[in-house]
Design a protein. Structure first.
Length: 299
């Protein structure tokens, strides 16, 4: 492994301003997910990624960690990431665009055996200095996903995040949210504490609208959840309605008695915060159901 040069150390910063498609507060993590996937492949020694080889994998990532959508388009980041100067498609000049669009269709990418990958300078730096791969991955994860999903995404793309820093959190937000919900999980009532100091164990302040989507550090954008239900909430298995009822996704499945316990909570009113002013704001609730929740809910 080589030591990184001053120029190499700037590589993670080149991924800090990816041009991500936006329409209001809708999520579009296509480019970050493709880069993370490519980082994992690079760590395994792969220089070029043929679209036909990675299409299914990237689609799975979009389904798993992107917003709920009727269809997914791995061809979009594969092509449009070029505009950020961190990705090249050597066969670009030979590809025909979709009629009335600025990108080639999937069939064209497959038939022309289109490849994608990092430019030479970025590739060499990321190949030779594993720490740069970790820093780049950390930057992308912290910029586009809540910390509860970082390990899951890293595992899915084959990245080792050992030694990466955790997401910065506002201690005041956590304290205010836990107090508002009387130091218990709003879904299951979990409230274990350690010692005479009463330090909560495994209890977290979840953002309803993610910070990565400009969600505020306000109590009305927070909810106290145990670590398990926090993960399920951020993965879209659960949703809290504006009138404080729990919705469980039809997509979740598993063995008994775990599934029945969760199913029995569907439609129940959660443990409410101490004041109505702490109730979840309607705008952040709408964002979560549109951008995170894996609907439909159980009947």
């Amino acid at each position: 492994m080589q030591d990184s040069s001053p120029q190499d150390k700037q590589v993670p910063d080149r991924f800090s301003n990816l041009t991500v498609w936006k329409r209001g507060d809708q999520r579009a993590p296509h480019k970050p997910l493709l880069v993370l996937y490519a980082l994992g492949k690079l760590a395994q020694g792969d220089r070029w990624l043929h679209f036909s080889d990675i299409e299914d994998d990237v689609t799975t990532l979009l389904k798993e960690f992107g917003p709920p959508r009727k269809s997914h388009h791995p061809e979009y980041p594969f092509w449009h990431l070029r505009s950020d100067d961190v990705w090249v498609v050597p066969e670009a000049d030979a590809l025909e665009m979709r009629k009335g669009a600025s990108n080639p269709p999937k069939t064209e990418l497959r038939e022309k055996e289109a490849r994608g990958g990092f430019p030479d300078d970025i590739y060499q730096a990321l190949r030779d200095v594993p720490q740069l791969r970790r820093e780049t991955a950390r930057l992308l994860l912290s910029s586009h996903f809540p910390s509860s999903l970082h390990d899951d995404i890293a595992t899915a793309v084959g990245l080792d995040l050992e030694g990466t820093a955790s997401e910065r959190r506002d201690p005041e937000f956590r304290a205010q949210v836990l107090q508002a919900y009387q130091y218990r999980c709003a879904i299951c009532g979990f409230d274990l504490q350690l010692g005479m100091s009463g330090t909560p164990i495994g209890l977290e302040a979840a953002h309803i609208k993610w910070k990565q989507a400009r969600g505020p550090d306000d109590v009305s954008n927070g909810i106290a959840l145990c670590a398990l239900h926090h993960k399920m909430f951020d993965k879209g298995a659960l949703h809290i309605t504006e009138d404080l009822h729990l919705l469980v996704s039809e997509a979740i499945h598993g063995s008994e008695p775990h599934l029945s316990r969760l199913r029995d909570r569907h439609g129940n009113r959660i443990h409410t915060p101490q004041r109505t002013t702490y109730y979840p704001d309607g705008e952040v609730v709408t964002w979560h159901v549109n951008e995170v929740f894996r609907g439909p809910a159980r009947s």
